[in-house]
Each structure stands twice: as C-alpha cells, then as structure tokens.
Design a protein around this ligand. Structure first.
Ligand code: SF4
Length: 140
C-alpha cells in the first residue's frame, strides 16, 4: 500500500441528521473500515486556508462528504484546494435505502441513522482503496 493517505472531509452540517450521517460516516471510515489509510481534517481550517493543510490536501487524495445538495465540503475544497478526488452525499444513501428512515435525533443518532452511516462508510472505504491503488499505479 502507498504511504499516502486519503483525506476524509465531512461538511459542517450541524443542525440536521443528514450532517450527522456524514460525520458518523467519516468516523467509521477513519477509525474502523479504513484505519491507517485515511485521516480527517477540519473543514473550517481548510476554508481559512491554513498553508500546511492545503499543501497536504494537494499532495493526497481527498473525499468530500456532504449532507445536502449545497455541497459545502465539495465547494469549499474546490475553492481552497482546487480539486476533490471523490464525493458522496448522505442524501443519496438515504434515497437508496428507503426502508431506513433516519430518525430526527442528532444526539444520540438513532438506529437507522447508524445503519445508513455504516452503509455509506462501506462505499467510502471502497473508494479509498480505489484511490490508493491509483496512487500506487502512478508511483510505479
Ligand atoms: S452541505 Fe448542507 S448539511 Fe452540509 S454544511 Fe452545507 S448546508 Fe449544511
């Protein structure tokens, strides 16, 4: 595996469960499914333009996780870093799993919300492997 990591950047969606799905997804990917292959960075720090952070994002693959079609993470990354390697919308995983209606509760999140986050995290983790493979092919 390449030593490079994939940055997972969830949006800051704070008031609705769709933002919570994004954050929970990011934690599952970084702490469980793609541990040692991924890392988190804080979106406001990226927006602020912290130099070391922007450089690291330019040198590594970046995945945006957004909680609604306004796509704050994707758009902020495009503006600050100039690229996004993959993007996911939590609303898509909800549409794909109509039987798992997310509960409105943000703290704690409900059972269905957790299940949706796990399903989305599995997709994100698969994308992480794909992006790291691209890195390895480029390094060969
Ligand atoms: S993408 Fe949607 S949920 Fe996320 S921070 Fe922006 S407005 Fe909020």
């Amino acid at each position: 595996m390449s030593e490079k990591k994939v940055y997972i950047i969830p949006c800051s969606g704070i008031g609705k469960v769709f933002g919570s799905i994004g954050r929970k997804t990011a934690y599952i990917v970084v702490n469980e499914l793609a541990k040692d292959k991924t890392t988190l960075e804080c979106l406001p720090l990226i927006v602020k333009g912290k130099k070391e952070v922007i450089e690291a994002l330019k040198e590594n693959k970046v995945i945006a996780l957004d909680g609604c079609p306004l796509k704050c993470s994707y758009n902020d990354l495009m503006e600050a870093v100039g690229k996004v390697d993959a993007q996911f919308l939590t609303t898509d995983i909800v549409k794909e799993n109509r039987s798992l209606k997310p509960e409105p509760s943000i703290i704690p999140v409900g059972k269905n919300t957790k299940q949706l986050a796990i399903k989305l995290a599995e997709k994100v983790a698969a994308e992480v492997d794909k992006l790291l493979e691209e890195n390895m092919e480029r390094d060969d």
